[in-house]
Design a binder for this molecule. Sequence first.
Ligand SMILES: Cc1cc2nc3c(=O)[nH]c(=O)nc-3n(C[C@H](O)[C@H](O)[C@H](O)COP(=O)(O)OP(=O)(O)OC[C@H]3O[C@@H](n4cnc5c(N)ncnc54)[C@H](O)[C@@H]3O)c2cc1C
Ligand SMILES: NC(=O)c1ccc[n+]([C@@H]2O[C@H](COP(=O)([O-])OP(=O)(O)OC[C@H]3O[C@@H](n4cnc5c(N)ncnc54)[C@H](OP(=O)(O)O)[C@@H]3O)[C@@H](O)[C@H]2O)c1
Length: 476
Amino acid sequence: MTSDFQQHTNNSSGKLGSASNPLRVAVFGAGPAGFYAVEELLKQQEIAVAVDLFDRLPTPYGLVRGGVAPDHQKIKAVIRQYEKTAARSGFRFFGNVTFGENLSLSEILGYYHQVLFTTGAEADRRMGIPGEDLLGSYPATVFVGWYNGHPDYRDLQFDLGVERADVVGNGNVAMDVTRILARSIDELAKTDIADYALEALRESKIKEIYLLGRRGPAQAAFTNPEIRELAELAGADLVVKPEELELDEVNREFLVQHAAEQTHQRNVDTLRAQIAKGEGSQPKKIRARFFVSPVEVLGKEGVEGLRLEKNRLVKDGTGVFKAQGTGVYEEIPCQLVFRSIGYKGHQLPGVPFDERNGIIPNQDGRVIDPATKTPLPRVYVAGWIKRGPSGVIGTNKSDATATVQVMLEDAAQYSAGEGLSSAPDAIPALLAQKQIRAVTFIDWKRIDQIEIAAGKKRGKPREKLTTIAELLAAVN
Ligand SMILES: Cc1cc2nc3c(=O)[nH]c(=O)nc-3n(C[C@H](O)[C@H](O)[C@H](O)COP(=O)(O)OP(=O)(O)OC[C@H]3O[C@@H](n4cnc5c(N)ncnc54)[C@H](O)[C@@H]3O)c2cc1C
Ligand SMILES: NC(=O)c1ccc[n+]([C@@H]2O[C@H](COP(=O)([O-])OP(=O)(O)OC[C@H]3O[C@@H](n4cnc5c(N)ncnc54)[C@H](OP(=O)(O)O)[C@@H]3O)[C@@H](O)[C@H]2O)c1
């Protein structure tokens, strides 16, 4: 079998972008943004491009593997598109290679004409309230990574032998976390949830899950199919407080202003439809609460409850609809808190970073020096690390395509040897010299087959290998 490391030719003479001297691009981050960018680069007819796609994990697909909920298998079908991209001539995958740790920016710029960062937003936003770090209070990011078998989180332990959990936030990640806590084991057992997470959830005693929105049902960030799914779960009731679904004048104004986005009204309608069900009859309860902000996680050694401040919706001087505290408080007992209030990018060594927004500063995808606002030559960004952690998988396609257009515009100005100080094909040798076991796409397909075969035995779509050691052992 020929390794996909050997596809590229060593000949770098001739016009840049010709078959003998393709535009060489390194992409760091093999999530949706990375794959959409690679597709756009490799489908060019006018210019020959060769792309090396790196990821810090031995596995590709970013949050499609490590974020998308296991009970949403259909969403993962998007991987078939990425497989077609990986089959294009000019593509190589180098998994298990971490930018900033294994390769630096100055080093990589010696091997490639252009570098593109698509490293996503892997950190989390904090609530900034007392008690946030008590045992039992976690960011959703780590719980999601844990149940999805992400190697960074697989060794975590969550005490699910408690009765009440609170999920803070009203986005789709909060929906995912709530659903995974509320679903029956029989339902979860048919998914690709990590085996250890399935076993821990099998022992779960959680009966009540509070879903806490700081604004109202009309402003919730979740989409309508997601809240309907919670309302239709087999073993859980979605319970609402009718008074929190009554809309005052400011809320009605919000709905009028946002009438073009039907999600808002639909979400209100879906939640109002729960009123008639009251407490319902299912063993688990999902209690959707609105206009409440956690102000303190209560407890001594571990989480014992949440102190909430009731909010009202106000429209500020700039026209933004915000939650404003009313000075009225309540306490709810709980033993677990998952804050699901948004992801955040983190800085890559040697690459400019906008700490406030958690992104790589850029203009239309060209990475800029924040002090001078001038572009860093040959360095680009796409996906969540370009625009922040919002948007579904498909949003990254237009985003990555736009960055690639800018890259191609810039490349048209380059001379034949632009920037390259080392032979482009020296990368596998460099990695070997650094004793890094880079995982090729052929290697990944081997892991893929092993996981699918292991899953088949258990009636699951796949049983993921969840440690770096297991993943590398599978390809060695
Ligand atoms: C929990 C969750 C569930 C979601 N579910 C859905 C859903 O059901 N449907 C939907 O449409 N959208 C969903 N989304 C949104 C979707 O996943 C994102 O829009 C998309 O994944 C962002 O793509 P990205 O490529 O920018 O980042 P990512 O998917 O995060 O990919 C970034 C990649 O970069 C790699 N990386 C990071 N640092 C380095 C480094 N230093 N060196 C090398 N590689 C590195 C990471 O390992 C990762 O593979 C979900 C998001 C989350 C958080
Ligand atoms: N099924 C799917 O398609 C799916 C699944 C998962 C994720 N995704 C996508 O991935 C992206 C990220 O999702 P996400 O859920 O992480 O983020 P998100 O959609 O931005 O939602 C974040 C939520 O946190 C709330 N919040 C922020 N700060 C808070 C604070 N200090 N206190 C209380 N609440 C706070 C926000 O409320 P405010 O509105 O008041 O700011 C909002 O409800 C989204 O675009 C999402 O649609 C999609």
